[in-house]
Design a binder for this molecule. Sequence first.
Ligand code: GDP
Length: 202
Amino acid sequence: MQAFSLAQFVGAAARAAQLPPEEGPEVAFAGRSNVGKSSAINALAGRRRLAFTSKTPGRTQTINFYALGQGSLLVDLPGYGYARVSRELRSQWEALVGAYLRSRTTLAAVVIVMDARHPLTALDEQLLDWLGGRRVLVLLSKCDKLPRREQAAALKATRLRLATRAPEARVQLFSSITRHGVDEARALLETWLQGAEIKGPR
Ligand code: GDP
């Protein structure tokens, strides 16, 4: 059984050539910078500092790999959308993350963390386009910042907007602070990792 609580750092890749062999299955986490992706990974793993990001725009960005047991991997993709990053850094990000998402045969599912207050930015949509038919879980993060009625509205609106672009994507509310949705997300991801069959890009 894959256990998020057992996650152990195994390595990082700054270039496509440094990616570890495809042994998987893998679940990758993506999201705009500062959206709460590291906090979400830590909440799912029950750790305080498994994943952490430097807030310095411009540093080398890597894809980080964590073993979950039974050959499964958790993959932390570099965040996107720093307003201040150079064009060069952005194209490096696209080359690395694009290569990984388009070609990784052992990628069982992708979690896209979006801020519940501003879901589906243009960059989130670009990412969804790269994912084709892969399994996707959208976490609407920091939901504790919204009153309950607005949480429900954000969930409904995001599902509606995803209906054409990614009709099979699952969407749920999430908070690393209140732990809303943590157990539900972990259970779904563990099921997806166990359910061997990997859906590639369309
Ligand atoms: P990342 O850049 O996407 O990895 O984002 P981080 O996980 O580092 O979080 C960015 C900021 O948002 C930090 O100040 C966190 O404390 C805060 N944050 C993350 N998750 C939550 C959440 O669920 N609720 C609230 N209120 N703040 C959060």
